[in-house]
Write a protein that binds this ligand. Sequence first.
Ligand code: 3PG
Length: 394
Amino acid sequence: WKTIDELDLAGKRVLVRVDVNVPIEAGRVTDATRIERILPTVTDIAEKGGRVILLAHFDRPKGKVVPEMSLKQILPALEDKLGRKVAFAEDCVGETAQAAVDALGDGEVLLLENTRFHAGEEANDGDFAERLAHLGDAYVNDAFSAAHRAHASTEALARLLPAAAGRLMAEELSALEKALGSPERPVVAVVGGAKVSTKLDLLSNLVEKVDTLVIGGGMANTFLAAQGLDVGKSLCEHDLAETAREIAQKAADKGCTLLLPRDVVVAREFKAGAESEVVKAEDTPADAMILDAGPDSVAHVEMALENAKTLVWNGPLGAFEIEPFDRGTVTAAKKAAELTRAGKLVSVAGGGDTVAALNAAGVSGDFSYVSTAGGAFLEWMEGKTLPGVKALGA
Ligand code: 3PG
């Protein structure tokens, strides 16, 4: 794909697709990470004399104008982080947008209203994409985290104008390539989270690509139950036992070592400070639930990390949002951070909960790369081609 260095930017109207779908509470942005991560692209284009026209979605208004989902809410945070004034247009196409674009000078920045206020966006509608294209001379996609959506502003538009990947997009793609495309081996993947059902394709793809696959979180219970263990009251998808056995078999066939918890932290209640105990996985009491990996299991994960050159991490090992069930995730994350700092491990993490867990462990800054993507990271781990990336000619 092209980078912005290959585009003629001075005096040009540059449509920049960004992902500023950030958490907002009472009208205030509570985590500005995604805004911060687009700054290099926006600043660079502006400094080269380009007229930056930001295109973005917010939430899921489903083709209707929903005032609570207006991008205007993120304007103060954007201006603050950017350190520049940002103009705003109340529509992303038509006369309002056109007038705002016409008023834009070289090096200035404009944010257009939520693209998803128009049904044409999610329909990847050609006419809607043409209307967007009409506003610019070039297109830059800096929204890796929305690249799994084939929408007009992420897909069709890339085919209508000279197109390039923004700095963040390029950074995400090269980090992911390093982690799974052509990684240094051995590669360990840590996959956690509540349900196997949401990560079937991902697990199936990973056992083909990595040397060790650590399965944690609620989904590990499904694998334990599939081996005939009684997991008591634990979260478990019993109907997926056969699927779990197939994945385990595929791992064995492909030479991928599957690491499942050997000991587990169990409790009778799921609340902060609940009384808990460590038992062997096969000794899970009938009236208890598994809420974290036990110390022996975590030690095995740490050992796998010590022997690895590359780590790709998605999903917590336990119910990390409630203490003390965050311990497994925090311990393993700290180990990965320490090995990364020592230059022994390339560590790449992504997916909503994962970033929250790494932040809680205070180690996200120590990982080699933390993706801004949630769903897009998962689809990439599933081995899928992301339409927004493909449209850039990648
Ligand atoms: C995200 O938050 O993962 C992206 O902004 C995509 O949002 P979506 O799942 O609503 O398409």
